[in-house]
Design a protein around this ligand. Structure first.
Ligand code: C2E
Ligand code: CA
Ligand code: CA
Ligand code: CA
Length: 279
């Protein structure tokens, strides 16, 4: 390794391990991904637990990388969240989701709910409400059919400001969901101070449901209490008929998970919508 004024850098770069090198390359490519049109949304169906009716979908971001192929969000969302990039990408996601919801209605006469993930960084953005309002106006979507998913942990870290932002989003007519519910160690009554419409029970609970009686008890209690707070309840990560039956018995409203379907490309999801699919 060269030892010179700038040599420290060369030494460091040469010493980067494979992971760090890979990450650096990803970061560089990410900066161009939006402009190059490399992002796409997949849609995972949600269905009514009692009737099996298709009720909507969660929009999930994918990155179509020229060399790596389809990159999953776990590999790039954390990188986006380290910079302001997440704000532009998040706005793109919301706009595409709204346009798609409108299209389901226009082309197939199906009035479905589209759910969009909002990162903690977006929630902290002072321009968030203005950005969202502009997107709702531009896409002419019915805001009641658009649900923003906010993780429990991003609400807990700055509850006062989060509550004010959520109030403003509610005034735009949007529906609000707490994502990954149960993982943030906050009590359910805590959520009375947020104008939340929906709780999404984290898939970690759902996966233990039929194996662990304690988990089953917790899920049952969450559903009962959420019901008394007039919250809509969605179970995520439903993978088996056994889980479905238990959740249904507990009074869970909607479900999402591999048991119904994996996230689907726009075209494949369109086929379900066109057919008015029942699970
Ligand atoms: P999430 O919001 O909790 O989304 C659910 C994740 O669980 C998705 O992974 C989905 O494919 C996966 N999943 C669905 N059903 C099942 C199941 O039955 N079993 C199991 N094991 N997994 C299931 P995905 O698409 O890889 O997304 C991972 C995370 O990335 C999301 O977790 C969300 O936190 C984040 N994410 C995805 N799209 C966006 C986005 O547009 N914006 C932001 N801010 N975050 C996003
Ligand atoms: Ca989510
Ligand atoms: Ca989730
Ligand atoms: Ca999750």
């Amino acid at each position: 390794v060269k030892k010179s004024g700038a040599g420290g850098y060369h030494y460091y770069a040469a010493g980067l391990n494979e992971n760090a090198r890979r990450r650096l390359a990803l970061e560089t490519d990410l900066r161009h991904a939006l402009g190059r049109g490399e992002f796409e949304l997949h849609f995972q169906p949600q269905a009514d637990m009692q009737t099996g009716r298709l009720t909507g979908a969660e929009a999930l971001l994918r990155w179509n990388h020229s060399e790596r192929g389809l990159v999953m969000p776990g590999d790039f969302i954390p990188l986006l969240e380290e910079s302001e990039l997440i704000l532009d990408v998040g706005a793109w996601v919301l706009e595409q989701a709204c346009l798609t919801q409108r299209r389901w209605w226009r082309e197939y006469g199906q009035d479905l709910v589209v759910s969009v993930n909002l990162s903690a960084r977006q929630l902290d953005d002072p321009l968030l409400v203005d950005r969202v309002r502009a997107i709702l106006d531009r896409t002419d979507v019915d805001p009641h059919r658009v649900e923003l998913e906010i993780t429990e942990s991003s609400l807990v870290h700055n509850p006062e400001e989060a509550a004010a932002t959520l109030e403003a989003l509610k005034r735009l007519g949007l529906s609000l969901a707490v994502d990954d519910f149960g993982t943030g160690y906050s009590s359910l009554s805590y959520f009375r101070r947020f104008p939340v419409d929906t709780l999404k029970i984290d898939k970690a609970f759902v996966s233990e449901l039929t194996r662990d009686p304690d988990t089953a008890g917790i899920v049952r209690a969450i559903i009962a209490m959420a019901g008394s707070l007039h919250c809509h309840i969605v179970a995520e990560g439903v993978e088996t008929l056994g889980q479905l039956r238990m959740l249904r018995q507990y009074g869970c409203h909607w479900m999402q998970g591999y048991f119904l379907s994996r996230p689907l490309s726009v075209d494949t999801f369109d086929d379900l919508v066109r057919d008015g699919h029942r699970f």
